[in-house]
Ligand binder design. Sequence first.
Ligand code: FAD
Length: 410
Amino acid sequence: MDFNDSPEEAAFRAKAQAFLQKAVKPKSDDSAGLARTLSDKEYLAAAKAYQKAKAEAGFAGITWPKEQGGQGLAPIYSVIFGQEEAKFDAPAGPFAIGLGMCIPTVIAFTTEEYKQRFVAPALRGEEIWCQLFSEPSAGSDVAGLKTKAVRDGDEWVVNGQKVWTSGAHYSDYGILLVRTNPDVAKHKGLTMFFLDMKSPGVEVRPIHQMSGGSNFNEVYFTDVRIPHSQMLGGEGNGWTVALVTLMNERLAVGGSSGPDYKEILELARALPTANGGTLAQDGAFRAQLADWYVRAEGYKLGKYRTMTALSKGQTPGPESSIGKIINANQMQEIANAAIEAQDHFGIVVDQGMAPMEAAFQQAYMWAPGLRIAGGTDEILKNIIAERVLGLPGDVRVDKDVAYKDLPTGR
Ligand SMILES: Cc1cc2nc3c(=O)[nH]c(=O)nc-3n(C[C@H](O)[C@H](O)[C@H](O)COP(=O)(O)OP(=O)(O)OC[C@H]3O[C@@H](n4cnc5c(N)ncnc54)[C@H](O)[C@@H]3O)c2cc1C
């Protein structure tokens, strides 16, 4: 394992830091943050302006081919920029799915003409993309999806429903996984398309979340027509195309963005207990803190291992699934402990009134979602069991059965 940047990586990191210092403000405990202080519309405008600045400074599409407007650099540089960006209050969220998952899939599977049309505007922050995979009865088992597309001349006609589509309400385009053949096993009858989210028959209904926001949506399709030329990867190859998207998703999702052991220690130092002294002096709290510290350090070292592999031009394997399990669970535990420790002040969720405490409440409400998005804990544990530890595979009774013969496929 190599803990140090190479000279090229150090130079890139310094350049990234210089750009970020000019473009955005550092994160701080006493600031409520852009996402909380701006309206949704203002935040989106700030995100588009930031993405444009990134593109102009050469920090957008870091790993993408130069001919597509990217920087043609190795994945390690993308990780380095992400590490530095995470220290700032950068409004990057609205582009995470489009640039992290959708456009790489489009680059891999569409024609030169479409690449010329769509890649650069996405990089410059002019167009936003969403990922339309999950359905009410097909999340972990996304290959069991029901939304269908039927060919009609040079077009496909789509009917069905997606759910949990992040950012669909402000997206211009989306990548859409549908069933085109119910007569073969579920994985084999899928096809991927991209579509204009303003197409007639697309209805986006935001879902209101307990955190107060509405970041994801139900999306209904009623006789939506998609040109055949917008198929990605060929008819019946949707599963292979989806795996490319999901591989990018597993790399993108997982970093902790909430308060960690350092923040709860800071809080504990200020919280008096009934026995006199502070929570930080309490034996049970200190034992728990030690556990969080050990896990955080273990995660950090695992991440260095991934970075060393990336730095040598290798691709990290399924073991990188461990990161999200550790981070999301740790975030939930720490937020839970902090809220309990604050007693009745634990209900303050307004970051303007109580910035540091409210960060724990926000994490408390976000952590369950993080444990589900991009693969649930159980699915990631299955991946680790099967592909890292070599344990026997999960039971898959429907593997070779035609989709139309499954109880859910009728
Ligand atoms: C914040 C957030 C953003 C999202 N954004 C998007 C998006 O933009 N686009 C999109 O398409 N989807 C999105 N999703 C949906 C996400 O991909 C699904 O929620 C996820 O795949 C889980 O599917 P599900 O909700 O249907 O749960 P289910 O798959 O029904 O799972 C229910 C429970 O059963 C367990 N389970 C399921 N299968 C197994 C198994 N084989 N072994 C053991 N346990 C199992 C799960 O772990 C879970 O605890 C988002 C979700 C969240 C939370």
